[in-house]
Design a protein around this ligand. Structure first.
Ligand code: CTP
Length: 360
């Protein structure tokens, strides 16, 4: 990226990642002053601007980039989303409001100089996560989850004072908070797919941030293994779904997964066929969660072996046999699925023969 100005900085994670020698997917820019005015005065191609937050999106060399104005924020209510206090503040004040010292560096786009007001480089070297002020976790408890995420991603640990502040915050949670950021961080954290991280989430009491009166699940086996076996679309929910997520604003797909877990827990699984039928109707994520809290071996057996048992005939084959789409179609599929389940080695010809024999 060639966009350069003496007041324009790379900021946050991108600077941390560069020092760590890691690629950064998300590049954040910050302008010391008003970013919207900067974009206008520089003749940049503005795509979108948000004067309330002092942010602007520009199209530069074929790429859309977001530039934020330096800003201070205040938390009208601890744990709720912050409001912008001042746009165009000194860079130091903008960096001071951030989560950890390692994320509070900036790099000048013109000179390449790294701005490090808080000994961030030393913390990065000693792999320490250190908050910038005493109220950091109280203002924004999602930072506790961020710390867990960064510890898993980079092997960072909390410095002693930060650890004490985390414990204090977790020991006295004010549940009147915004769960929007909590959900975002939970997603990013559990998408890392790590049993170790789940253990730490429970051990250190971070799970309490999900809501009041959470039960600690008794985990029967490795989530990582089941996830690696079937690669579900929504990895994070397998971990988060072990807890009560009623405070989260879930999408339809996410709440279906949770509802299916409840259904599986209530079901009476009396035979392998019964298990196969039930699990194959359910989202794969729900089967994994069920396995983790109830019957690990059953879930493993289904995911590893039974799941792949499917008839080879399809709708077109039935139409070619002169069968019209409708109720009978469904019945035939149920019949052939059961036959296939009893004898997974059936060839397509054998399946068709069974269908003809029974229905034609
Ligand atoms: N930030 C913060 N408090 C939060 C979230 C973010 O102070 N609850 C600040 C940090 O300075 C962070 C920056 O905003 O570096 C950008 O946040 P984000 O994009 O979520 O994380 P990155 O640090 O860039 O890390 P990555 O994108 O690699 O996960």
């Amino acid at each position: 990226m060639n966009l350069k100005d003496e007041n324009l900085y790379y900021v946050g994670g991108v600077v941390r990642d560069e020092i760590l020698g890691l690629p950064s997917l998300d590049i954040d820019f910050c302008y010391e002053g008003n970013a919207i005015e900067f974009a206008k005065n520089s003749g940049l191609n503005i795509v979108k601007e948000n004067p309330d937050f002092g942010t602007v999106r520009v199209l530069y060399e074929g790429q859309e980039i977001d530039i934020a104005s330096t800003r201070t924020e205040t938390y009208p209510q601890a744990g709720h989303l912050p409001v912008v206090d001042k746009i165009g503040c000194p860079l130091k004040d903008d960096l001071k409001r951030r989560d950890f010292t390692v994320n509070a560096m900036a790099k000048n786009t013109l000179t390449g100089e790294i701005v490090d007001y808080f000994n961030s480089k030393d913390d990065l070297k000693s792999k320490k996560l250190r908050v910038l002020h005493q109220n950091s976790f109280i203002d924004d408890p999602s930072r506790i989850i961020r710390a867990l995420k960064f510890s898993a991603r980079f092997g960072f640990g909390l410095d002693d004072c930060t650890k004490t502040l985390q414990e204090e915050c977790l020991g006295n949670i004010n549940y009147d908070m915004s769960y929007h950021r909590i959900k975002k961080e939970i997603k990013e954290t559990f998408n890392l797919n790590s049993d170790k991280l789940l253990r730490e989430f429970i051990r250190s009491g971070i799970y309490k941030l999900l809501g009041k009166n959470q039960d600690i699940p008794e985990i029967k086996g490795s989530a990582e293994n089941l996830i690696n076996l079937v690669k579900p679309c929504i990895c994070w929910i397998v971990y988060a779904g072990l807890f009560d997520l009623s405070n989260f604003d879930l999408t339809k797909e996410e709440s279906d997964i949770i509802e299916w877990v409840k259904k599986l827990k209530r079901a009476n699984i009396s035979s392998e066929w019964n298990l196969y039928r039930l699990f194959s109707e359910s989202p794969i994520e729900s089967v994994i969660i069920y396995g983790l809290v109830r019957e690990y071996d059953l879930a493993y057996h289904y995911l590893k072996s039974l799941r792949s048992i499917k008839p080879l005939v399809n709708g077109n084959d039935l139409i070619n046999l002169g069968i019209e789409q409708g109720k009978l179609f469904k019945e035939i599929f149920e019949f052939i699925t059961e036959e296939k389940f009893k004898n997974p080695k059936l060839s397509k010809e054998e399946e068709l023969a069974l269908i003809k024999n029974k229905y034609l």
